[in-house]
Design a protein. Structure first.
Length: 78
């Protein structure tokens, strides 16, 4: 079964679109290639030249990744 996780579209009348469904898994942001795809897409969508080697992005540590992650809330009893 084919599944699309990202797509890009350049509109004939101008403008660019990028869609991506992979950002829900926070640990993925620690993967350099994952970050590079998203950052390159942001540059491309904004009509900014994408560097030949891709947009640079520093590594993301475990502690940095967890800075803005909220804890799980208890489930409501039915």
């Amino acid at each position: 079964m084919k599944q699309h996780v990202a797509w890009a579209y350049e509109r004939p009348a101008g403008g660019r679109d990028f869609g991506f469904t992979g950002a829900h898994n926070h640990v993925s942001w620690q993967d350099e290639n994952f970050r590079k795809v998203v950052l390159n897409a942001i540059l491309w969508t904004a009509n900014v030249e994408v560097p030949q080697t891709g947009c640079p992005s520093p590594a993301v540590s475990d502690s940095r990744l967890k800075e803005n992650v909220d804890g799980k809330k208890p489930r409501k009893k039915k």
